[in-house]
Design a protein around this ligand. Structure first.
Ligand SMILES: [Zn+2]
Length: 58
């Protein structure tokens, strides 16, 4: 089963989609993307909570 996080759920207008085998892989890719594209140096607890809640199975 693949897990997926659409960045648009957190950052409206962004079309990045992170996919992985499990939530931690998705979070890792999301953190990298957030750092490179959204200039987020570190993911705050609040953002991580929102991101985890937005992960769905595809
Ligand atoms: Zn994004």
């Amino acid at each position: 089963m693949t897990r997926e996080l659409r960045c648009a759920d957190l950052m409206p207008g962004c079309n990045f989609v992170a996919q992985g085998e499990d939530d931690s892989e998705v979070m890792k890719k999301t953190a990298e993307h957030a750092k490179n594209v959204h200039k987020m140096v570190a993911i705050s607890l609040g953002v991580e909570k929102k991101a985890r809640a937005a992960i769905r199975a595809v």
